[in-house]
Write a protein that binds this ligand. Structure first.
Ligand code: PHE
Length: 339
């Protein structure tokens, strides 16, 4: 019994088995207990001998069980330690670091430039009233120029703004001219019901600039736009103004910059003209000032609206605007600035 018991204990390979063997050998129904229980049938001479021997066997088995249990517990701990070992000499894993979107980079760059010239940055609403997006910009309900901007209407009077110009009347009506000139830069998303293709997106960005003060001239506009071109493309760029039409500016212009690709010589990108059209602008229409309660005999100003998406396409040679909105990190990370 003793040897068989010891063998069983040794071969128990998990703690549960050890406990099981213990119950079998030393439990209430086990052989040792039985022997001890049978003592009363023995003669007085036999009792101490049998008792002593039974106790000895029991102690041996108990010790063997304890030993085996310790062994198994220690083995389990060793196994766990081995599995959880940390090799502190391994090289670290690189955590990829994100950076601002290329459009955000351009907007921030221009914001910094204009803050330096005393402009305030305003953040208009993307859900706007027809009234501010169109009517207050000299575009009444039946105006044909509304067709230039296919519009997402939410209700008859509420829409997704088609241009950051909607911020113009809002800035005009809330400005206190006794505190100085109005100078604001208003970047943000705009929406048009265009079918998406390489050069159109139903959602894109604009940066609106508006300056109103006494004695503002078109030269101020051209100087400001030249600064923008130089900031974004470099010093060698010139700005050219061409007559155009917007209902809220008079006169209206479109601005071209020297083609960055051929430096004004003429190439496929600038359609051999040497110039690239980058934005719309003009002198604020007197009626727009009037509608905001500003006397056009005293005050005047200029406004411009440029598209950072288009700037980014030109600057980096991106041929499909949709790339900016697919959020493919392989594309976007090309514009990450080092450091
Ligand atoms: N809002 C005009 C557009 O989206 C651009 C513009 C802005 C023109 C400011 C003149 C003055 O086409």
């Amino acid at each position: 019994l003793r040897d068989q018991g010891l063998a069983d204990i040794k071969s128990a390979d998990v703690l549960k088995k050890v406990n099981q063997v213990k119950v079998e050998l030393l439990g209430k129904k086990g052989p040792i207990t039985e022997v001890l229980r049978g003592m009363r049938d023995l003669t007085p001479e036999e009792r101490p001998k049998v008792g002593a021997y039974a106790n000895e066997v029991r102690d041996k088995l108990q010790a063997a069980i304890d030993h085996r249990r310790d062994e198994l517990e220690q083995a389990a701990i060793n196994k766990q330690l081995a599995a959880e070992t940390l090799d502190v000499t391994l090289p670290g894993r690189q955590v990829p670091q994100g950076q601002p979107h290329v459009i955000t980079q351009i907007i921030t760059e221009l914001e910094d430039l204009f803050i330096g010239m005393g402009y305030q940055i305003v953040d208009g609403d993307e859900v706007e009233e027809d009234y501010y997006n169109f009517e207050r910009l000299n575009l009444p309900k039946d105006h044909p120029a509304r067709d230039m901007q296919d519009t997402f209407y939410i209700t008859k009077d509420v829409l997704l703004r088609t241009q950051t110009s909607a911020d113009q009347p809002r800035s005009l009506e809330s400005h206190d001219f006794s505190k100085g000139p109005l100078k604001v830069l208003s970047p943000g998303r705009v929406y048009r019901r265009d079918t998406d293709d390489a050069t159109h997106s139903h959602q894109f960005h604009q940066i609106e600039g508006l300056v109103v003060d006494k004695h503002i001239t078109m030269a101020d506009l051209k100087g400001t736009l030249t600064l923008v071109a130089n900031e974004l493309f470099g010093d060698q760029f010139e700005v050219r103004l061409r007559p155009s039409y917007f209902p809220f500016t008079e006169p209206s212009v479109e601005a071209d910059v020297t083609c960055f690709n051929c430096n004004g010589k003429g190439c496929a990108i600038c359609k051999q003209t040497g110039w690239i059209e980058v934005l719309g602008a003009g002198m604020v229409h007197p009626h727009v000032l009037e509608m905001s309660g500003i006397d056009p005999e005293v005050y005047g100003g200029f406004a411009f609206g440029l598209g950072p998406d288009r700037f980014a396409m030109l600057k980096y040679g991106v041929d499909d605007i949709r790339n900016f909105y697919l959020n493919d990190v392989r594309f976007l990370s090309q514009f990450y600035k080092k450091g």
